[in-house]
Design a protein around this ligand. Structure first.
Ligand SMILES: C[S@@+](CC[C@H](N)C(=O)[O-])C[C@H]1O[C@@H](n2cnc3c(N)ncnc32)[C@H](O)[C@@H]1O
Length: 256
């Protein structure tokens, strides 16, 4: 069995993570550069080592997940969410059920709550935020970020919802209270139902076509009719009808 395939198999047995669902060339390149840096010669040696070494396993998880995020990422899209999508959703229902999937270190679900706070009080807002990576979730719960993560935050929101602490910014406690973090693997775990809004951005790019297909279908099943899927700015769905979606705006899809 080729080296990488064996590695994928062993990782799946050990962690439940299915590397086969991620684009192979990209994933292989990232992991090869990590094991070479650590002085291993091939994937078999690398797995034997990470099987015994918790820190190395964590480094592997860190490398494979790519946690890059920022507040108001692609700010113009968040304007569309605020000015077009939320007013429509709120016209039908004042208690929106919202899921930020693959939320990384929390910038996305916190941004969602900030944007929605322009329409509702924080006590009316609740956002479920999930990721595969427990380390990222841990950092999200702490809610302290370097200045570069806030580059796109509007000035009024920055002064309202962040507290400067030396070189860092802390998210306001009232915003934190609106978000519930949980571990969830999009490839394996069951999806909750009846969402008004699902936000899943900048993770689909890493998946194979088969994995994307499965996840879009799952999202569609998890949305209420009229509910919205908000995707990343390089992640247009080319055949939305296949999943029962209509295009609502660029990067926003409505479940029929
Ligand atoms: C680049 S970040 C995107 C963060 C945020 N959504 C954004 O757009 O800024 C990708 C995230 O996807 C997560 N991820 C990768 N595979 C996943 C899976 N199978 N299930 C859930 N999350 C996953 C990673 O842990 C990482 O935090």
């Amino acid at each position: 069995m080729p080296d990488y395939i064996k590695f994928v198999d062993s990782v799946k047995r050990k962690t439940g993570i299915d590397l086969a669902a991620y684009k192979e060339a990209q994933m292989k390149r990232r992991l090869t550069s990590l094991y070479e840096k650590k002085g291993f010669k091939n994937f078999v040696d690398f797995f034997q080592a990470l099987d015994k070494d918790r820190d190395l396993l964590n480094e592997f998880l860190d490398r494979m997940t790519i946690n890059v995020s920022e507040f108001y990422r692609n700010a113009k899209r968040w304007d569309v969410l605020e000015q077009k999508i939320f007013p429509k959703l709120l016209a039908d229902n004042r208690r929106l059920k919202i899921w930020s999937a693959a939320c990384s270190t929390g910038e996305e679900p916190y941004t969602t709550a900030m944007v929605l706070s322009n329409h509702q009080t924080l006590s009316q807002i609740s956002v479920l935020a999930t990721d595969l990576d427990e380390n990222a979730i841990g950092r999200a719960k702490v809610g302290i970020y370097p200045e570069r993560s806030l580059a796109e935050v509007p000035a009024n929101m920055k002064s309202k919802y962040f507290e400067k602490q030396a070189a860092f910014y802390k998210v306001d406690g009232a915003i934190k209270k609106t978000v519930t973090f949980k571990k969830h693997n999009l490839l394996k775990d069951t999806y909750d139902k009846n969402f008004d809004l699902i936000i899943c951005r900048n993770v689909m790019i890493y998946f194979t076509e088969e994995a994307k297909d499965l996840i879009y279908q799952n999202f569609s099943n998890s949305l209420k009719p009229g509910g919205i899927l908000f995707v990343g700015s390089t992640e247009q769905i080319f055949n939305p009808g296949k999943y029962g979606f209509e295009t609502e705006d660029t990067f926003f899809y409505r479940k029929k």
